[in-house]
Ligand binder design. Structure first.
Ligand code: UTP
Length: 240
């Protein structure tokens, strides 16, 4: 296999569903992300999870008004996230594992190939954030980057409050307090959820929440923290 990533440290990357939409997504925008992943794969093995984005929410809203139950709505969201995964796979040629893994076992098998892996959602009742944290745990990722459509974690919703303050670092406990009131309805899981935080905590996964664009992600991968904006989620030390 050329340019194999076997033996390289793994980075799990959740790519916001916001980069996949009808109006702004095109061959060029997908190619930019593919090029970034190929560059990163010289040093690390990228394991990517694509979100469902607006298309998922649109379909979920329609199906909800047609009377679908929440579990089925989640499955619709998962299917859309997998469609986005397939789009990204199309841009990665020989370097990518050609299947979209559908559960953690399949993710582990895909990761063992040494190729770049692109997954979508896995199980109903979760967001791709929780899924990505579980994947990071499964593949023993050295880092989990949650690339989203805001600059990081704020003390309140920056889309609603212009004075919201961005945290450079935040503890899991503080994060849980801020996110405590989140929704568990299909299509409405927030930035990072409790399941994701619990997994990050128990496996002490170095995690960053940052805006999804290729330069930001590359800086985060290379630890160029002076260049990228984002929030580091700090796991407090355990005292025994
Ligand atoms: P996401 O909520 O994770 O994608 O999946 P998104 O909205 O694009 O994420 P952001 O905005 O980048 O953070 C869309 C929907 O698919 C279902 C949920 O209903 C979720 O809201 N889903 C996704 C699952 O049920 N399980 C999964 O593992 C992933």
């Amino acid at each position: 296999m050329n340019n194999s990533t076997i033996g390289k440290r793994r980075i799990v990357m959740k790519l916001s569903g916001s980069i996949f939409n009808i109006t702004n997504t095109n061959a060029e925008s997908i190619r930019r992300y593919a090029k970034m992943l190929l560059e990163i794969s010289n040093t690390f093995q990228p394991i990517v999870v694509t979100g469902g984005g607006k298309i998922a929410r649109h379909y979920i809203n329609i199906a909800r008004s047609l009377g679908s139950d929440e579990a089925n709505l989640d499955i619709i969201g998962i299917e859309v996230s997998r469609l986005n995964a397939k789009l990204l796979i199309s841009a990665l040629g020989e370097q990518v594992y050609s299947q979209v893994p559908k559960n953690l076992e399949e993710v582990a098998i895909a990761a063992a190939s040494g190729q770049i892996v692109i997954a979508g959602g896995l199980h109903p009742g979760q967001s791709t954030n929780a899924t990505s944290a579980l994947i990071a745990e499964t593949v023993k990722a050295s880092k989990f980057l949650n690339a989203t459509d805001v600059d990081g974690i704020y003390d309140s919703d920056p889309k609603k409050n212009r004075n919201a303050k961005l945290f450079e670092r935040i503890t899991i406990k503080e994060c849980m307090e801020i996110l405590g009131s989140e929704s568990s309805m299909a299509g409405k899981y927030e930035l990072i959820d409790i399941v994701a935080l619990k997994v990050i905590e128990r496996s002490r996964i170095p995690t960053w929440v940052l805006r999804s664009n290729v330069s930001n992600i590359k800086h985060a991968v290379n630890n160029d923290f002076k260049y990228h904006v984002g929030t580091e989620i700090v796991v407090e030390p355990t005292f025994k």
